[in-house]
Design a protein. Sequence first.
Length: 321
Amino acid sequence: MKRLVVFLGLFLLLPHEAHALCVNLAFGNVPSSVTFKGRGGYAVYDPQEYLQTVSFEVRAEATGATCEYFVTLSAGQSGDFNQRKLSETTNTLNYNTYTDSGKSGIFKALPTATQSEVIAGSFPIVVGLTQTNTHKFYWTANPRQVVPASGTSYTDANLTLSLYSGLLLLSPTLVATKTITFQARVDSSVDVSLVEPGKRFDIGETTQLVDFGTLESGEQRGFDVVVRSNNGYVVTMQSQNQQLLVHSRAPSITDTVSYSVIFNGGGVDLSTGAPVQIIAGTGTTPATGVSFPIEFTVGTLSGEEAAGTYSDVLYVEVTAN
């Protein structure tokens, strides 16, 4: 009588053992620096958000098992994943990075990162073949941060992009790192708006009609000059008719009416017809701008002026200081 003995072996292949079969896992085409691009650089008064896209590659040879991996990103100089910062001397510009274009996952590093806060990938079982996956992450600087323009970029240098083999929760192995610098050039932004008294800056309001109706001596009208700037500013004003209201039928009618100008509480002389500096400012202004009242007063009428329409044209210009 023969006795047959059968040995039944059950082997369980754990996921992390398969991950060890990633061969030559490495980064490819990781940019050393990325620069923010809006309508040019970073415009401090632009309300629109500009989401930036950064692409990079991961390469490996898979040998008999699926190769799993994931990528993380360090916090940068702020030390805070929830608010990364670009800096230039004493000024900072808030930004952050994300694993998806919907900004649902902040791109983080171990040990705090969760599955939605890393970029994961895998290579299928293709023995001996070098494979490449392309990945993307996203970053943006928060809009309407009013910071000074600068000759150099705001930067966050040498953040670490780390590549791990394995899965996030199963003792992954660090296999490669790359450094990446984030930077943004802050554009110089200087604008002026002419608005009714008490109103805020409006980029579309660049003209004002001062209508005295039937002219009377001492009659007053005015508006506000509103300036916004992140680079210091100089405002000049120029009179087309050398601070005189001129008859519409000039030069055949030579009658004129004088008027005076008070800007921000001080008198302004526009009688030469040349541009006159009326205010200068340093530093930055809020998005609502800084308001300066301007008031015009009709001079003394003789009563012998020809009937008709009298006018002057004033030009207001703002430039970076």
